[in-house]
Write a protein that binds this ligand. Structure first.
Ligand SMILES: Cc1ncc(COP(=O)(O)O)c(C=O)c1O
Length: 407
């Protein structure tokens, strides 16, 4: 295998949108012209300085970038071992990394003359970010959300409505992100003329996985610069949680060719990676197949039917993973592990107690893995973890799991 490995991991996707065996665009004929239009517009924008000037301005003045790089000193002391940093993307406007990407896609939509934006959402963070940017630009916004997620992420549903979005609960399947994405794709095929589909993660047909990654790469780019300033060198290990994989790809991508940097993605282990599939760890417990327009690792049965998966965290509750992660997994450039609900809840509490930071349940998974490895590493080993979202949206769910009644 080793001689087949690329010199640079930053070259994908190829002209067909493939990362090795993964990715591509498995879509109906009706969608193909839309996807090709989008690809052409993105290719133009990529080399258009005025596009990036607008992004930089809004990232700075609207989102609040750069997000800080923060030495979690008390947490590091408590764990005893490696020096732990948080990349504070939970401090962005709307409380998560999702807005980094939404801005890019909505600026593209405006350039394409689209007036109606649709999105899918799991934890609600991508939906809130999309509703927010639509409100800012006066665009109509429709957000598809699984009925189960509507229930467990109530604060975000109300926020989206306040921001003027229509939230459509999806009752098919188990009522989670996968089902919301199915309905959003259906809407797009039906409303081809005025509608832009703003996907919230590095999944979907090409060019979405690469485009979303490029927009989220601001996370890793800033981390590199900030780490050089703080420590005079790159981190030894970088870690991020994975639902579809956008915050992780955003942190990882600028580091892919820095071979000494260890890269770890953390999937949702739910109740444990077992044959009952009560988890969402597509790389740890799934195998390749096709879903939502791309080929990637999926949770599926022997007939190729997609399984529902399970996680305490709505944002990680997705039976697939972005195709570039599948490729990084197979090539061995990145490692993928899983963390159970219980471990994530412990990490959630540790961050609150030691750092005064209430994390979202999604990055709590990444933190739980930091808790596992940091104690055995030397004091000069630097770990940087992406704190990709804040926990306001999760306090009701956490209270329930801790047996507390908030009324
Ligand atoms: C705070 C937060 N982190 C992570 C995720 C997972 O998405 P991704 O893997 O694309 O970063 C979500 C999804 O809703 C989220 O809200």
């Amino acid at each position: 295998m080793a001689e087949d490995l690329p010199n640079s991991y930053k070259t994908g996707p190829d002209e067909n949108g493939r990362f090795g065996l993964y990715g591509g665009r498995f879509v109906s004929e009706t969608l193909m012209p839309l996807i090709l239009d989008l690809e052409a517009e993105y290719e133009r924008a990529k080399t258009d300085q005025s596009f990036w000037d607008e992004m930089d301005f809004l990232w700075k003045h609207y989102v609040g970038r750069p997000s800080p790089l923060y030495h979690a000193e008390r947490l590091s002391e408590r764990l005893g071992g490696a020096k732990v940093y948080f990349k504070r993307d939970e401090l962005n406007h709307t409380g998560a990394h999702k807005i980094n990407n939404v801005l890019g896609q909505i600026i593209l939509a405006r350039r394409m003359g689209k007036t109606r934006i649709i999105a899918e959402t799991g934890a609600g963070q991508h939906g809130v970010a999309t509703a927010t940017v639509c409100a800012k630009f006066g665009l109509k916004c429709v957000v598809y959300m699984g009925a189960h997620d509507v229930e467990r992420q109530k604060p975000n549903v109300f926020r989206m409505k306040l921001l003027g979005a229509e939230v459509v609960p999806v009752t098919s399947g188990r009522g989670t992100l996968k089902d919301a994405m199915n309905d959003a794709l259906r809407d797009w095929v039906t409303n081809v003329r005025d509608t832009f589909y703003c996907i919230g993660t590095v999944a979907g047909p090409h060019p979405y996985p690469a485009m979303v990654r490029d927009f989220q790469s601001i996370i890793g780019k800033e981390t590199k610069e900030q780490m050089m300033e703080a420590e005079g060198r790159l981190p030894d290990t970088i870690i991020a949680a994975i639902g579809g994989g956008s915050n992780a790809m955003g942190l990882f991508f600028p580091f892919l060719d820095d071979k000494d940097v260890r890269i770890i993605g953390v999937e949702a282990g739910g109740k444990g990676v077992n044959e009952k599939m009560e988890h969402c760890a597509s790389l740890t417990g799934g195998r390749p197949g096709v879903l939502h327009g791309n080929r990637t690792y999926l949770l599926q049965d022997d007939d190729g039917q997609i399984l529902e998966g399970f996680s305490i965290s709505a944002g990680l509750d997705y039976p697939g993973i972005g195709p570039e992660h599948s490729w990084l997994h197979d090539t061995g450039r990145a490692e993928y592990v899983s963390i159970t609900d219980k471990e994530a809840l412990e990490a959630f509490q540790l961050s609150c107690e030691t750092e005064g930071i209430i994390p979202a349940l999604e990055p709590s998974h990444a933190l739980a893995h930091v808790m596992k490895i940091a104690p055995d590493l030397p004091a000069d080993h630097i770990i940087c973890m992406n704190m990709c979202g804040r926990g306001d949206k999760d306090i009701f769910a956490v209270a329930q799991h801790l047996g507390q009644d908030l009324g």
